[in-house]
Design a protein around this ligand. Structure first.
Ligand code: ZN
Length: 199
């Protein structure tokens, strides 16, 4: 079961990826987590990534793809994986060169995404993200609104997402593996629709 999840911020992509991972017994590979782990490990590649990020630049695709390929070649991925956060555009998909069984698009109206994201709060202490509130239920830390979760910043991110993702959606559609799911529903309803689409 090799699945790639596509969806804008606020579509619940990470949550669905975790649920699918549990259901199908294959690892949830989050590109963001992979890069963070690499930096944390302080490996030579990790140090390089840290420098790039600290300089405010984007991690080059070639580096990202190499890290991801390494992760996907590990034995726990032999039965499949749920890929979340990569590829974000067609050149990245081509560079990765992986065949998936399904590309799941979590579709959401921009207005709903803006509403969800602008209410979002993150814990200052442990980094956990909540849909609302002011105190972290995990560690008791204070919650705050991230700079990139203001309405203007969100609109900018959605615009970039649409520009990059439209060709990617067409790409997977052409391959015959695209499944489009309405992500405006409750988490459990979205999950059951994904499962139905995969069967
Ligand atoms: Zn916390």
């Amino acid at each position: 079961m090799k699945i790639v999840l596509l969806g804008m911020a606020g579509s619940g992509k990470g949550t669905q990826a975790s649920m699918l991972s549990e259901k199908y017994g294959v690892p949830h590979i989050s590109m963001g987590d992979l890069l963070r782990e690499e930096v944390k490990s302080d490996s030579p590649i990790g140090q390089k990534i840290k420098e790039i990020i600290n300089a405010g630049r984007l991690v080059p695709d070639e580096l990202t793809v190499n890290i991801l390929k390494g992760r996907l070649s590990r034995s726990d991925c032999s039965k499949g994986f749920i890929l979340d956060g990569f590829p974000r555009n067609v050149p990245q998909a081509e560079m990765l060169g992986k065949k998936f069984d399904a590309a799941i698009l979590l579709e959401l109206d921009d207005s709903i995404a803006v509403k969800r994201l602008s209410g979002r709060r993150q814990c200052r202490e442990c980094g956990k993200i909540y849909p609302q509130g002011n105190k972290c239920s995990a560690c008791g830390g204070p919650l705050y609104q991230r700079d990139d979760d203001t309405p203007d910043a969100i609109k900018k991110r959605l615009e970039i997402f649409h520009n990059d993702t439209k060709p990617l959606i067409a790409y997977y559609k052409k391959e015959g593996i695209l499944k489009t799911i309405d992500a405006s529903q409750a988490v459990d309803a979205v999950f059951s629709n994904i499962r139905n689409a995969l069967e």
